[in-house]
Design a protein around this ligand. Structure first.
Ligand SMILES: [Zn+2]
Length: 415
């Protein structure tokens, strides 16, 4: 079944209008910010709740603050298909990151409701409460709670004003002891589908409206400490130096070269560097830098890390420096279910669009849902690859294409 172009036009317009309307619910006077467990979170959920009801859905808010709507099947014990993304934002956000995925879910439900299409499953739409982690620092809170992986230590985390998450939950009207109630059982779920802006330049470079995600890249992050010998910049001859800054420079360009030569989805980035003591006339004694390595292939990522480590050891030997690698964070890649990946690709073809697959370099709620049930993602082109920025944009015709792909896919699952 194919979505009629006039319906696609009307519902894409509705999703875009509502994205802008939600942008007005903000903690900032001159930009968009909606953090977890704030009055803006409350108002956003209420607004989305109304829209869900307009689409013919039953609505509720779960124990962690996720907003839900359901277009029910006539069979009360039917399984559920979940569409969703997140409703929270970073500071000075755009209008579409996360939000658009939730609103497109509501539009799809509205179309199915208008057309009186019978569903052998409940069509659920979820707006996750906190994906970005802006307020407390823990990310993917809403989706982790759904998968039963809410970490109770998070309740003690504090925002910049010293308010704990537990306190904020109580102020919001949630019981921090009941967060476990938000978790779902995987056997009742057909799958979780997330439409999201790409947040990168790949679809634009290929002149494509949408792309089917293969996997969400796993990532490892480390702090690298390079130690040498501090000294006076005027009195220490070049041949008697142990300069960790020069070792760092060699390492940074080495990291770029190794990752570039992989010629696949592997990326490695040094985003922060700090020298100590950090004075114009002092050879630093110690340099610290960050390392972020990602790939949808966990083994390939480890291989790149091993290359970086051996390069580091060679630099240390050549320059009489010492290196330490402190691993801070690691998450395995999350693979989209092959059957849904194929379904989305077939839906692209059915709607006369090229079927293009790509990995996601950024994290998404879908990766937290992956341990719970089969998941899939569809990306919408990001003009200029821009996101987490007020100038974040989407083309309306791309949004129509995404609606068509999801509508056709749902009908395929329905059949
Ligand atoms: Zn997002």
């Amino acid at each position: 079944m194919i979505l009629d172009s006039s319906l696609a036009d009307r519902h894409a317009k509705s999703a875009l209008d509502r994205s802008r309307e939600l942008g007005a619910i903000s903690e900032l006077p001159d930009g968009i910010l909606r953090q977890y467990l704030t009055s803006e979170h409350q108002r956003c959920n209420q607004t989305v709740d109304h829209w869900m009801q307009d689409a013919g859905m039953l609505t509720w808010q779960d124990a962690v603050g996720n907003q839900w709507g359901r277009l029910p099947s006539k069979k009360p014990d039917a399984p559920r298909l979940i569409l969703g993304s997140h409703l929270d934002t970073v500071p000075y956000a755009g209008h579409y990151d996360g939000i658009l995925g939730v609103l497109l879910g509501i539009e799809v439900a509205s179309i199915i409701n208008e057309q009186n299409l019978e569903l052998p499953f409940h069509l659920d739409v979820v707006g996750f409460c906190d994906e970005e982690g802006t307020r407390f620092g823990a990310t993917l809170i809403g989706s982790h709670a759904l998968a039963g992986n809410f970490n109770s230590d998070w309740l003690d985390m504090q925002d910049k004003d010293g308010v704990s998450m537990a306190q904020a939950m109580e102020d919001f009207g949630l019981d921090p002891n009941r967060v476990g109630d938000a978790s779902l059982k995987g056997e009742d779920i057909i799958g979780y589908w997330e439409v999201h802006i790409e947040q990168g330049p790949v679809l634009e470079a290929h002149d494509l409206s949408v792309g089917v995600v293969t996997a969400i890249a796993g990532a490892r992050r480390a702090k690298i400490v390079i130690k040498g010998q501090a000294g006076h910049s005027g009195t220490t001859p070049m041949n008697l130096r142990k300069d960790p800054m020069c070792g760092a420079a060699e390492l940074v360009t080495g990291i770029e070269e190794f990752a570039r030569n992989c010629n696949d989805d592997r990326v490695a980035t040094v985003g922060m560097i700090h020298s100590n003591p950090g004075a114009v006339n002092v050879i630093p004694g110690r340099v610290e830098m960050s390392l972020d390595v990602r790939s949808q292939n966990d083994d390939a990522r480890e291989e790149l890390i091993a290359m970086i480590e051996s390069h580091m050891n060679r630099i240390a030997f050549d320059r009489s420096l010492s290196f330490e690698m402190h691993w801070k964070y690691g998450i395995a890649a999350a693979h989209c279910a092959q059957k849904f990946h194929n379904l989305f690709r077939a839906a692209c073809v059915k709607n006369q669009m090229p079927a293009y697959s790509l990995p996601s370099g950024a994290g998404h709620d879908a990766m937290a849902i992956a341990p719970l049930c089969d998941m899939a993602m569809l990306f919408i082109r990001s003009p200029n690859g821009l996101s987490h920025h007020p100038a974040e944009a989407v083309y309306k015709s791309d949004v129509e294409d995404a609606l068509k792909v999801i509508f056709s896919s749902i009908n395929q699952v329905r059949a």
